[in-house]
Design a protein around this ligand. Structure first.
Ligand code: C2E
Ligand code: MG
Ligand code: MG
Ligand code: MG
Length: 278
């Protein structure tokens, strides 16, 4: 009896795994088709200067509108794209698209693009970035590449070399989600980042949790002494903004200043160059 029960439990587990794997494969095929059909889009979220309260740039964020299921979060489909390797062509498209859009904005408004660690396994990454800049005519200093510390975790030597090669193009390199990893400080030693993005998990607790408040203060101080620009992610309230300004944080991003929006809406927020194609 016990054996039979165990068997049926195991069978149920296998069945569940099977259906999970099937739905995952289906989702992967869907993503592939969506990309081929042009159903992926970029949304742009403003990054604001703390002192000026003016837009200094936008972060490009991938969006997938599924015909049946509606909006699917990048937190869900980016890992899928990473596992299947699809993130390499998708990432190249993101770079081209983001640079093309930013080339229509008034200088010096910048665009930030997220890079997956999987893209660093692609020997063509530096060429892809160089091409996106050349095709769009965007000045390299207006492109910012965001990486998480996982880029420095795996194949660290090779990836550090790639980061240097990318920066030699004239682009800036930002460390995203700072503070959420295992050993963020050691990564600042491995590569001289231009920018640190303080993770939303700390910002959301600002003024409420003494530890988060102290950590944010320390990271801003660290940035200041290393000559690294600090950006706070996920700023939702005026109180959080006031805290960040007092601590000397330079840039902020969050729903308080604007949600990610389609390119046309983002472009309308800032002066665009006259349309030369017309
Ligand atoms: P991230 O790079 O840390 O992007 C910031 C995320 O925080 C975005 O989520 C943004 O919509 C969200 N956010 C911004 N302000 C606020 C706020 O005030 N409150 C709250 N609750 N959330 C806020 P999103 O767009 O869902 O993207 C999630 C993650 O997916 C990104 O985190 C990034 O790691 C990844 N991702 C997005 N686009 C790309 C891409 O083109 N390539 C790669 N490799 N990853 C991407
Ligand atoms: Mg980011
Ligand atoms: Mg982030
Ligand atoms: Mg994140």
């Amino acid at each position: 009896r016990a054996k039979a029960d165990g068997g049926s439990v195991a069978h149920g587990f296998e069945a569940a795994m099977d259906s999970w794997a099937r739905s995952r494969r289906r989702r992967e095929t869907d993503l592939h088709e969506a990309f081929a059909r042009g159903d992926l889009a970029l949304a742009f979220q403003p990054v604001v200067g703390v002192r000026s309260r003016a837009i200094v740039g936008f972060e490009a964020l991938l969006r997938w509108h599924h015909p049946v299921e509606g909006a699917i979060s990048p937190a869900e489909f980016v890992p899928l794209a990473e596992e299947s390797g699809l993130i390499v062509p998708i990432g190249a498209w993101v770079l081209r698209q983001a640079c093309a859009e930013a080339s229509l904005w008034v200088d010096p408004v910048r665009v930030a693009v997220n890079l997956s660690p999987v893209q660093f396994r692609d020997p063509g990454l530096v060429a892809t970035v160089r091409e996106a800049l050349a095709l769009s005519g965007l000045a390299p200093h207006r492109l910012e590449l965001e990486v998480t510390e996982s880029v420095l975790l795996a194949a660290s030597e090779a990836n550090v070399a790639t980061l240097h090669a990318l920066r030699d193009l004239g682009v800036r390199i930002a460390m995203d989600d700072f503070g959420t990893g295992y050993c963020s400080l050691s990564y600042l030693q491995k590569f001289p980042f231009d920018k640190i993005k303080i993770d939303r998990s700390f910002v959301s607790q600002l003024g409420e949790n003494a530890h988060s408040t102290a950590i944010v203060r320390a990271v801003i101080g660290l940035g200041a002494s290393l000559g690294i620009v600090t950006v706070a992610e996920g700023v939702e309230t005026e109180a959080q903004f006031a805290h960040l300004r007092e601590e000397g944080c330079e840039e902020v991003q969050g729903y308080l200043f604007g949600r990610p929006a389609p390119a046309a809406q983002a472009g309308a927020l800032i002066r665009r160059k006259p349309d030369l194609a017309a």
